[in-house]
Design a protein around this ligand. Structure first.
Ligand code: PHE
Length: 341
């Protein structure tokens, strides 16, 4: 009886599996449960072994095993074939038609990225390494380590957004200077590009803007090194006939501090609308690193000195592309962006 039932099951289910086609492939899982599951038909028949006389058990046991592996193999062969077919279909669907004509909307780097790339290339060619730091920064690295204690009036110029008393979005990439000086051994030359934040908003200021910071620490650094470096940078950025001018300024983390102007690349110093008739454009803050800052970061200020500069990328991109409103950078207006290619 049992033997007949088993052979019948083998035949019936075998046929059922044969009938499953690609479109109803999920029914294979149902068949599996129906046959091999807890209350499946083969499971039920296997239980019948208990009532057989001992001498028949090996024969029936072998048949059960044969039926089981026959059906299992049949199911898994089908499943494998369907998987392969599925892959072929997927590949077919995702095929890229390279003969399809392309549209003319070719992208281009954003003007700010373009300036950043250019400046990075120039600085790397001069031996600088590029480092990045966090945009969400501690009050310590953004101010304290840069010799700007709480209540220092210089904080006024950099009113930024505080998350709590000690955490803020950085108002200057100089914060990365402070971080790097703690971990690097002089001599070193780094640039730190990135987003910065201030509570400022008009046609030339945006609450989110971009800076690139340069820092060189070595023995015997002087203003002459800073001037040479900035002259090279500005000439490569704006053109060989560019000149620069230093004006005294104040930053708590540099001493002496300077403001650096460049000759207007638009009129080459003659005076035009871009430079409001002055022939020069204010572009950078810079100076000799205050020995106090070196000491705070654990660098021996008797042995080492440094120079640093910080430049606004948005302003530079505005000058290079004759843009009069900083918001154009953030509006994502395709008519504006198309002119920047
Ligand atoms: N961090 C200064 C600013 O954002 C610029 C600066 C950088 C000045 C490095 C001196 C040295 O205004």
């Amino acid at each position: 009886m049992l033997i007949e039932d088993l052979n019948k099951l083998k035949e019936d289910i075998g046929k059922e599996i044969d009938k499953v086609n690609y479109h109803i492939r999920k029914t294979l899982a149902d068949i599996r449960v129906k046959v091999f599951g807890k209350s499946g038909s083969l499971t039920a028949l296997s239980k019948g072994m208990r009532d057989l006389p001992n001498e028949e058990k090996p024969k029936v046991g072998a048949l059960i095993n044969e039926v089981r592996s026959f059906l299992e193999e049949k199911i898994s062969n089908k499943e494998k074939a369907f998987e392969e077919q599925e892959l072929v279909e997927k590949l077919e669907k995702e095929k890229i038609d390279i003969t399809e004509p392309s549209n003319d909307k070719v992208g281009a780097p954003h003007p700010i990225s373009a300036v950043l790339d250019k400046l990075t290339d120039i600085c790397v060619s001069l031996g600088f390494s590029v480092v990045e730091g966090p945009e969400i920064e501690t009050d310590y690295y953004n101010f304290e380590a840069l010799n700007t204690p709480k209540n220092h009036p210089a904080r006024d110029m950099q009113d930024t957004f505080f998350i709590n008393e000690n955490i803020l979005v950085r108002s200057q990439t100089s914060a990365v200077q402070a971080r790097e000086m703690e971990v690097r051994k002089p001599p070193f030359k780094i640039i730190c590009p990135g987003k910065t934040y201030r509570n400022d908003s008009d046609s030339t200021h945006s609450p989110v803007f971009h800076q690139i910071e340069g820092l060189v620490v070595d023995e015997n650094i002087s203003m002459a090194d800073l001037k040479t470096m900035l002259t090279i940078l500005m000439k490569r950025l704006f053109g060989e006939d560019t000149t620069i001018r230093f004006r005294p300024s104040f930053f708590p983390f540099t001493e002496p501090s300077i403001e650096v102007d460049v000759s207007c690349p638009n009129c080459h110093g003659k005076g035009c609308q871009t430079c409001k008739g002055t022939g020069m454009l204010e572009l950078l803050g810079a100076g000799i690193v205050n020995p106090k800052v070196l000491e705070i970061s654990g660098i021996d200020s008797k042995k080492y000195r440094g120079f640093a500069f910080g430049l606004g990328l948005d302003r530079t991109a505005m000058i290079l592309n004759s843009i009069n409103n900083i918001r154009n950078f953030y509006r994502n207006d395709i008519r504006f962006l198309n002119q920047m290619k």
